[in-house]
Design a protein around this ligand. Structure first.
Ligand code: ADP
Length: 670
């Protein structure tokens, strides 16, 4: 039974399939062989049965014939009692009618022969060797006949004949009684062969051999033609006569069933062939199906591998909002197993309890058939351990093969990392801004000392003059008053300078507000002028009439303007440049392809007449820490662009005509 174990045990599927097919073929072959064999056997047994019936019929024929003969002899005796002459002629007539009887004798009580007649069909059988050899058999039969008061038979014996052949014969002794007393016996000598020929029905002996044998099989008499078939059927029946028992044997030489013995077997064989054909077709069909199954399994495995390797969480819900599928990434994201999530409805186990109501409403809207935004929406989920995390959800209707919506399919992105990076970059941006501002302030400090020198020197000289006036006697009130006013003026000027720097550094609130462009320029002008005076630059500001206010972070935008103005002035601080002019201009932005802004934007430009920007420098201009100056930090322009872009605007530059550079940026109108 090893193969059963190997079929049910863990074997690879193709071996298993072959084993199953092999077992099927073997079973069917075995079954069919048995069927064919049974059909043959059935046929054989049919033949044997018929033969057995024939044998029974033959025995009954013989018995009937013998009984009739006994009756005929009884009649013969009754008519011819004690008249031997008449008996002889009647007996001769009887012999004519019964070829199986060879010899008739009438004997008296002591078995002395009173009369005897021989069959007319052959030479008298006892002529050659006389009757004495068979007498003991006759005596035995007659003794038995007297005891049973009826016909009795002797054992058969062989009578050699003058023609060289011989005959197997047996005697029948019939007691004859007269007036209730035994009067003698009639002895009939039968030829066994003639019994077969005469008494057995013609139809029985025509197509088969009939013979008498002894119990041990030795053949005594035979009737028929000895023929041979490939197989001979034989049937034996006992012929039980009073005093003697014979075996009647019938041999049928009909050929034994061969490969196609008869119709039944032929039909079975044809059905077998048909079955084999069907099996072959079935096997081919199965093979085709298996191939299709393999293809499907491959496709499925590929899809599964894709789903499993995704970092995006996937979740399918039915129209009632119950989860029908989640991929491993989703399960991992929320910390529940796929089994735990399968079939859960609302509120989902990964909804933070404090937001469950809001989500429930959102889901109700979704289930009512409203399509979610195509580019997804953000939400907060709760991990099994209780921690909250932000996710980006992209949801779409789940449409089945016949185009019917069966639920919703959602993809989830864990945006924790993205948020962290954004936070980091904002923090570093802020730090950079602060650093850049301090750098500017440091620079301002030197300018400040330079600028404060003048009013302080003026104050000091006015003070010295006033003291001199006081030392020289009572001064003219008007002179002193003038000196004091000058001192106050200069002090106020110095205060303004300090205040402008102080204001710039102190203002750190990041709120956006609506501001007029003029206010922005006013805030930076004192600082710009400080540097302009040092570098001998003429500053020109030009604003379009009736400009609207802009929405911006004041500190940031002032820093941008200041940076651009300072860069422009530094660029012009070179020998050979005449008429150094810085032009700061504000106007409505024309709709241009580059900005795609229309009248909703204002354009600020800062133009210089410096040496311009080479292509090589232009490439790296906005890269942090790129500078061509000895003391430069290279942060200015990259910060400017960040600030402007944070406002939704655009910052760029182009060459100024006839020389220099123009930096432009846009800000949204409030
Ligand atoms: P920094 O001023 O500290 O060098 P910026 O980012 O403000 O840093 O400027 C980077 C570089 O861009 C400057 O070093 C300079 O070479 C160039 N640059 C900026 N503005 C102008 C201008 N108006 N004309 C010519 N070159 C300029």
């Amino acid at each position: 039974m090893g193969w059963v174990a190997s079929i049910t045990g863990p074997v690879n599927p193709s071996t298993r399939r072959w084993l199953l097919w092999g077992a099927l073929v073997v079973l069917i072959a075995g079954l069919l062989t048995i069927l064919v064999w049974l059909a043959g056997r059935y046929e054989t047994s049919q033949w044997q049965d018929r033969l057995d019936r024939d044998a029974v019929d033959a025995v009954s024929d013989v018995r009937t014939g013998l009984t009739r003969n006994v009756q005929a002899l009884q009649a013969l005796q009754a008519i011819n009692l004690l008249k031997p002459d008449v008996w002889v002629s009647d007996a001769a007539g009887l012999l004519c009618a019964h070829r199986e009887v060879l010899h008739l004798e009438w004997r008296d009580k002591s078995l002395a022969v009173l009369a005897a007649v021989d069959s007319p069909f052959r030479t008298p059988v006892f002529d050659r060797f006389g009757r004495s050899g068979s007498l003991p058999d006759v005596q035995l039969a007659c003794a038995n006949a007297r005891r049973i008061s009826g016909a009795s038979y002797s054992t058969s014996y062989f009578l050699p004949q003058s023609d060289g052949l011989g005959l197997e014969v047996m005697d029948m002794c019939l007691p004859v009684s007269a007036a209730g007393n035994l009067a003698g016996y009639v002895i009939a000598t039968y030829s066994l062969q003639e019994i077969l020929a005469e008494l057995v029905g013609r139809q029985l002996s025509r197509s088969q051999d009939v013979s008498f044998t002894e119990a041990d099989g030795a053949r005594l008499a035979f009737h028929g033609v000895a023929r041979r078939g490939s197989r001979v059927f034989t049937s034996r029946q006992l012929l039980d006569l009073p005093g003697f028992t014979l075996v009647l044997r019938i041999d049928s030489w009909r050929g034994a069933p061969d490969f196609f013995p008869n119709l039944l077997t032929a039909i079975v064989t044809a059905m077998t062939l048909a079955l084999v054909g069907v099996l072959v077709l079935l096997a081919r069909d199965t093979r085709r199906r298996l191939r299709a199954e393999d293809g499907l399994a491959d496709a499925l495995a590929f899809r599964k591998a894709m789903e499993d390797s995704l970092v995006t969480g996937l979740r399918a819900r039915d129209l009632q909002g119950r989860i029908t599928y989640v991929n491993p990434a989703f399960a991992q994201m929320v910390g529940f197993t796929a089994q735990e999530l399968q079939g859960t409805g609302t509120p989902a186990p990964y909804w933070p309890p404090e937001l469950a109501d809001e989500y429930q409403q959102r889901q109700a809207i979704r289930l009512a058939g409203n399509a979610p935004p195509r580019d997804g929406f953000e939400s907060v989920f709760m991990h099994k351990d209780g921690s909250r995390f932000p996710v980006l959800i992209i949801e779409a209707p789940l449409i089945n093969a016949v185009g019917k919506q069966t639920g919703w399919m959602s993809a989830f992105l864990d945006i924790r990392e993205q948020r962290r990076v954004e936070e980091l970059s904002r923090a570093s941006q802020d730090r950079l801004q602060a650093t850049a501002r301090l750098a500017t302030v440091g620079e301002m400090a030197s300018l400040l000392s330079h600028e404060l020198n003048q009013p302080l020197a003026a104050i000091s000289s006015y003070a010295t003059g006033s003291m001199n006036l006081l030392q020289d006697g009572p001064p003219a009130k008007a002179d002193l008053e003038l000196a004091m006013r000058r001192i106050a003026e200069q002090a106020e000027r110095a205060g303004k300078v300090i205040k402008s720097v102080h204001d710039f550094v102190r203002r750190r609130d990041q709120a956006r507000e609506a501001l007029s462009p003029q206010a922005l320029l006013d805030a930076i002008m004192p600082l710009v002028n400080l540097q302009a005076r040092k570098l001998f630059v003429r500053v020109v500001t030009w604003l379009e009439d009736d400009l609207p206010q802009v929405t911006c972070d004041r500190t940031m935008v002032e820093q941008v303007l200041l940076n651009l103005a300072r860069n422009a002035m530094q660029a012009m601080d070179q020998p050979g440049i005449r008429d150094k002019t810085l032009v700061i201009q504000v106007k409505r932005a024309a709709s241009s392809e580059r900005t795609s802004h229309t009248s909703g934007w204002l354009e600020f430009s800062v133009a210089d007449v410096g040496p311009g920007i080479s292509a090589e420098v232009a490439n790296k201009l906005f890269t942090p820490f790129f500078t061509t100056k000895l003391e430069g930090m290279g942060l200015g322009l990259s910060l400017c662009r960040t600030v402007v872009e944070q406002h939704g605007g655009f910052l760029g530059f182009e060459a100024n005509y006839p020389q220099g550079t123009v930096f432009r940026f846009t800000l949204p109108v409030a």
